[in-house]
Design a protein. Sequence first.
Length: 54
Amino acid sequence: MRGKPDILWILVILFGLGVVTTGYAQSFWERKSDTQVVAPQVVPNHQAVSPLQR
């Protein structure tokens, strides 16, 4: 029966690492999507004269 608590601790550590990794990945994805939303968008210049209007 001595080997069973060792397996339990290994499962607890793996579960903890999974929770930490998932939290890190989720925050990384949120930061990545925030930078895409804040990115400047190209607005066409309506004051430019097209060649057809000359």
